[in-house]
Design a protein around this ligand. Sequence first.
Ligand code: SAM
Length: 287
Amino acid sequence: MADLSNPAVVRALLARHRLHLKKGLGQNFLINPGVCPRMAEAAGAGPGVGALEIGPGIGVLTTELARRCDKVVAVELDQSLAPALEETLKDYSNVEIVWGDFLKLDLKELLAKFGDLPVIVCANLPYYITTPILMRLLESRLPLESVTVLLQKETAQRICAELPSRQAGAITAAIAWYTKPELLFVVSKGSFLPPPKVDSAVVRLTLRKEPPVPVKDEAMLFRVMRGAFAQRRKTMLNGLSAALNLPKEQMAALLEQAQVDPGARAEQLDLAAFARISDQLSLLGHE
Ligand code: SAM
């Protein structure tokens, strides 16, 4: 079996299939032998489990998942990788490659391929669409156990930041709403071919079965969180009245009802405070 974490093996495979890595598709392939087995284990790969991978590349993580799980479905956009993947996955009959843009596929249809198996997501994500992929996975409310992904270290830190904290942003709040995030380990840029400009990290998002706090209207809550963080230096009063198009006097009264300091910044609020603001807006019938 070819050692896909050996750069010489990878280069030979790419040359044999006349492949050139496409920077625009975020093709930085993992060549550190320690990373993929560790990711697969941390993701909960094992017997009786199905794994969904986004961007298998030449299959270095795919084979680790296939070795452990009952079934792997891997979505890849770049069809020119087909002959290389055929070669690297020839010993694994439990892998199905779905060709297409993950952001455009019908995810319910994709999940149906696993039948009754509990499903984990495990992937080294293309960095240019990390956030859209994560938000699509979570907003679709798929019956997933967890999402374990490799992404840029700075994004990983932002996603896993405490709420409230200086590091928190709209993505921190959104991820905390759907999941319990953990930053597991850092992966240096030298672990990839070609090396990206920055280090990476693996995060595991364990999906919540229930929302962390009750809220009347989830869509409104997300408008509030996005609006609050959009101009993070502004106070809640100024930032939110602009973002939600409400007169300041009305917003001041609303924040008082929600027991939120109008002079606070978004980074000082927790999910419960955002939910209280959202509920007050719902009571007001705000569109
Ligand atoms: N899993 C491999 C590894 O760890 O070496 C490759 C990871 S590489 C960072 C990201 C992969 O995602 C590439 O193979 C790229 O072609 C693929 N990709 C990029 N955009 C995609 C999209 N919209 N949908 C599915 N796959 C995509």
